[in-house]
Design a protein around this ligand. Structure first.
Ligand code: ROI
Length: 165
């Protein structure tokens, strides 16, 4: 079965977010035909969007999977629900667990429920900095090396945590 390398963004700002993110890495590793190759450090980040919500814990992992993009999406949504995510329908509101497919090999996907590369990722230092940590040689789809992007971004509001994971 062909395997792809996929980067997944992880975020949480409700409940015990550090545990939730670590549990999410485990759950992702338990998806059929999938293994976790790398996990970034955990980062504490100021909320993007409405400020009247707790800080986030963010991280990124690299997996190898033979699931197709939508099959993988379904598994990630299952894990979000199992970690107790409440979907209150509030746009940009707090969440127990958010799992986003950032990059799926070199594929471009544009469907109602899935856009890859993830549309907001390049504007989010809480995605790009952990991604740079585990993939310093990555070249973004616009041809720009991630190192160049990170060198130019503001690291205010982002703090790497020294937890073991
Ligand atoms: N802000 C931060 N810092 N981290 C997130 O993961 C995150 N996720 C979101 C919004 C509400 C946009 N803000 C965020 O979905």
């Amino acid at each position: 079965m062909p395997k792809e390398h996929v980067y997944i963004g992880v975020g949480s700002n409700l409940g015990n977010s550090t545990n939730t993110v670590k549990n999410a890495f485990n759950a992702i590793g338990n998806i059929e035909n999938t293994r976790v190759l790398k996990t970034s450090s955990l980062y504490c980040s100021k909320p993007m969007g409405p400020q009247d919500q707790p800080d986030y814990i963010n991280a990124v992992c690299l997996i190898e999977t033979s699931l197709k993009p939508h099959g993988l999406l379904k598994q990630l949504q299952r894990i979000e629900l199992e970690e107790g995510r409440e979907r209150k329908g509030e746009r940009w509101g707090p969440r127990t667990l958010d799992l986003d497919i950032l990059l799926y090999g070199n594929e471009t996907i544009d469907t109602a429920d899935l856009t890859v590369p993830h549309s907001g990722m390049a504007a989010r230092e809480f995605v790009m900095v952990p991604l740079f940590e585990i993939a310093p040689d990555l070249v973004m789809q616009d041809g720009k090396p991630i190192a160049q992007w990170v060198a130019n971004c503001s690291l205010d509001g982002l703090r790497r945590l020294r937890t073991s994971n």
